[in-house]
Design a protein around this ligand. Structure first.
Ligand SMILES: Cc1ncc(COP(=O)(O)O)c(C=O)c1O
Length: 487
């Protein structure tokens, strides 16, 4: 495996637009939406719609900004890109080149990361109900496993013994979060942030964590505990809540030192770090605007909380691992659809603009999640009307309600911003729809990195039992139509 760190970072060439949505998305001189050096409307012509467009350079930029925001305040930070947010092979290659580790859920996500050449030592495996095959894949390749059930440790131990391997493990904590008991975040869940965490399936309560550490250290000498893990999830968009979570992680480290003699060498603070934009994005109608915590706020507040709490408890600084997903991949992608039927109801002053992109392709729509929508081929045209932008599937499929847009007609293209996270990786086939292709843009280059699904991909898993074939055709052809088909 080549040592990519010796090559030096890929130099990013920042484009200038008349209006910047982000560093690599903006309105070009021709009034269209551009992704880096590519006109998005032209990409729609070339590759067809619906289409995911992903900016390699925005992805690299987001990663570097996030990493630097933490490294500016903390001596030992490891960034593990949350593969689930966008688990394309090409995306994983880019993260490898940037030096990112990865958070994997399940056998397949870990397999994809390993296939892309990610250093297994830079990966962690998370999950509340790990299967034997994923534990075996992790043990064989030396991926750290974050234990999330009492008997999981036995399966890991048995697997490590059988394969004659040593393996690093962490423990996922069930923090109690008293500091967040009265904090109601701006995620989609209901209840205080602490109550939400208490009710989740994730994590080991403190007493069980102590028991696990004691068992591992006394009975399992080929298991090496290396981290304490927690994931606050996307419960809010304010750095101070994440700083409170980080404080409690350090408090657990101090208690574990006192109760077991083991001090976690690393704390892994999971993901959930938000990003915002002035055009709005996010849950509940778009709560993430320019007032949300920036990566720099997160880095400063969390690092200072960890340092402060370590000093209070006489602990050395642990390695800080962070697993950002959406904040790295979100703004790097857009989803493009082409306008079809446009329908008006003058009496009720309503207009629907149908596009070929659907909620299948951006499933967060049902949360409901707000994506800012840009008319890709009329991005600089003034808004003249208020419309609902709707997709083709047989739910209401509202991609954007009451959006101020220029007049849209059949053949125009629209783009939902910030779909680089959890769109492709959570997409569905409802109504037997095919999923879009994804094009990776770098400067003026655009290449397909996910092929467009075809009907045979959607239908290929269907099977018909032979008795049904006989009922439908065989007996019918011989004239003996089963009563069940005639009644
Ligand atoms: C353990 C873990 N780490 C990281 C993430 C990534 O979260 P986000 O994309 O909100 O940063 C998730 C998301 O579910 C997660 O479960």
């Amino acid at each position: 495996m080549p040592d990519l760190s010796k090559r030096g970072p890929v130099v990013l060439d920042y484009p200038k637009y008349s209006y910047q949505f982000s560093e690599f998305f903006g309105i070009g001189d021709n009034g269209n939406l551009w992704c880096d050096g590519c006109d998005v409307d032209a990409l729609a012509d070339e590759f067809g719609t619906p289409l995911h467009v992903f900016s390699e350079n925005q992805f690299r930029h987001n990663y570097r900004r996030f990493r630097d925001a933490f490294q500016a305040h903390y001596p030992d930070v490891k960034i593990l890109f949350a593969n689930k947010s966008n688990n394309g092979l090409a995306m994983r290659h880019i993260m490898n080149q940037e030096g990112a580790g990865g958070d994997c859920f399940g056998h397949n996500e870990m397999y994809i990361a390993l296939l892309a050449g990610t250093d297994p030592k830079a990966l962690v495996l998370n999950g509340s109900n790990k299967e034997a095959d994923e534990i075996e894949l992790a043990v064989t390749n030396g991926v750290c496993i974050n234990i999330d059930a009492m008997d999981e440790v036995d399966v890991i131990h048995e697997t490590a013994n059988r394969l004659g391997r040593d393996i690093e493990v962490g423990i996922r904590a069930k923090l109690e979060l008293p500091a967040l008991e009265d904090r109601f975040g701006r995620g989609v869940h209901s209840g205080s942030m602490a109550e939400i965490v208490w009710g989740e399936k994730w994590g080991m309560p403190y007493e069980q964590t102590v028991e696990l550490v004691k068992r591992i250290r006394s009975q399992m000498n080929n298991l090496h505990p290396v981290e304490l893990h927690f994931h606050l999830s996307r419960l809010d968009n304010q750095a101070k809540d994440f700083a409170e979570m980080a404080r409690e992680m350090v408090q657990w480290c101090a208690h574990l030192r006192d109760d077991t003699g083991w001090t976690p060498p690393a704390i892994d603070l999971g993901g959930g770090w938000t990003f915002g934009r002035k055009e709005k994005t996010g849950a509940l109608g778009g709560v993430d605007d320019e007032t949300v915590s920036s990566f720099e706020n997160y880095g400063a507040e969390v690092a200072s909380a960890v340092k402060d709490e370590c000093a209070k408890h006489g602990l050395g600084l642990p390695t800080l691992k962070i697993e950002p997903g959406r904040s790295i991949s979100g703004m790097a992608g857009i989803a493009v659809g082409r306008v079809g039927a446009v329908k008006t109801w003058a009496k009720k002053n309503h207009k629907w603009v149908n596009v070929d992109l659907s909620g299948n392709h951006v499933p967060w729509i049902s949360i409901p999640h707000h994506y800012h929508i840009v008319a890709a081929n009329k991005a600089s045209a003034p808004a003249t009307e208020t419309v609902d932008i709707v997709g083709p599937i047989c739910t209401h499929d509202v991609l954007g309600h009451a959006r101020e847009m220029p007049e849209l007609v059949r053949g125009d293209t629209v783009a939902l911003l910030d779909t680089g996270c959890y769109a492709e990786s959570t997409s569905a086939n409802f109504n037997a729809q095919c999923r879009p292709a994804t094009v990776l843009v770098c400067g003026a280059d655009a290449e397909v990195v996910t092929e467009r699904e075809r009907l045979e991909d959607v239908m290929g898993r269907f099977r018909i039992p032979s008795r049904l074939i006989a009922q439908s055709y065989g007996d019918a052809l011989s004239g003996a139509i089963p009563p069940s088909l005639t009644s």
